[in-house]
Ligand binder design. Structure first.
Ligand SMILES: Nc1ncnc2c1ncn2[C@@H]1O[C@H](COP(=O)(O)OP(=O)(O)O)[C@@H](O)[C@H]1O
Ligand SMILES: [Mg+2]
Length: 249
């Protein structure tokens, strides 16, 4: 029996009477690169947070590499890397200090952390001043640091929430290259995006979420067979009717 990299069984998340994620069932083989696509408010971030143990489902079960997230979240977190939507960095540390903190939480020794930090900063072209605090990083620098933190311990699954938001095209390309390298090495990748082109170019497997529900799931080819283009299918699935015109323009 193969162990799925990720398994969601009838997962629901309610915030008060708002259902953010509704009865979501999803199974991913190891080595998959999934793009979770949906409009703003579709439930992508909430889904990712439940997959990474940041939010507890109201109902249902999340298994990561066969481990039940509710029963052993620490065992799960050892094996995954995550870049959450708010990045959750420590603003009063410098970049290297933050990575040292993250690395030590993963039980890595100082020399290894320093070596990996240098490699990550070099490849991401991240060069803050020696005393620059994370609080003073630009948005792009924070994203690079958050990605570095997610990769530091060599995760088997990487979760990225809107990794290309607010990122310049050069950095964007670097991140894409890193993700494709990870994919070739067998890392399971899951990213969210509301941008069709990002998912279309990068992710062989796509899940379309709308109003907390799974509206489409499959490879790019199978989804394309259902509509003339992924865009047409997306609009069709999530209902893109125009809401009228602005009265004063
Ligand atoms: N902590 C929270 N408290 C209350 N409502 C929330 C919370 N997080 C998300 N929601 C709601 O759940 C829905 C899905 O949000 P989210 O998962 O952030 O969507 P997406 O990432 O696709 O834009 C939205 O209606 C949002 O307002
Ligand atoms: Mg989101």
């Amino acid at each position: 029996m193969t162990t799925f990299a990720l398994e969601l069984d009838a997962v629901t998340k309610r915030f008060g009477d708002r259902v953010a994620v509704d009865d979501l069932t999803l199974r991913l083989e190891p080595g998959t690169f999934l793009g979770l696509l949906g409009r703003n408010g579709a439930g992508k971030s909430t889904t990712l947070k439940m997959m990474t143990g940041l939010v507890r489902p109201t109902a249902g079960r999340v298994l990561v590499l066969g481990i039940d997230m509710a029963k052993d979240p620490i065992a799960v977190k050892r094996q995954i890397g995550a870049m959450p939507e708010d990045m959750a960095l420590m603003e009063l540390l410098t970049g290297p200090q933050y990575l040292r903190f993250v690395g030590r939480m993963h039980g890595l020794d100082e020399a290894l952390i320093a070596q990996r930090q240098e490699e990550l900063f070099a490849i991401l072209d991240l060069a803050p001043g020696p005393r620059t605090l994370v609080a003073d990083f630009s948005f792009g620098m924070k994203k690079k640091l958050a990605l570095s933190a997610a990769l530091l311990h060599g995760p088997r699954i990487l979760f990225l929430d809107e990794p290309f938001e607010g990122i310049d095209p050069v950095t964007s390309r670097t991140i894409k290259e890193i993700l494709l390298t990870l994919q070739r090495r067998g890392v399971t990748l899951i990213l969210t995006s509301h941008i069709l082109e990002v998912v279309e170019k990068l992710c062989p497997l796509i899940a379309i979420l709308d109003d907390g529900r799974l509206k489409g799931f499959g490879t790019l080819e199978t989804l394309r067979q259902r509509g003339e283009s992924l865009e047409a299918l997306f609009v069709d699935l999530v209902g893109g009717e125009r809401k009228g015109e602005l009265s004063w323009l």
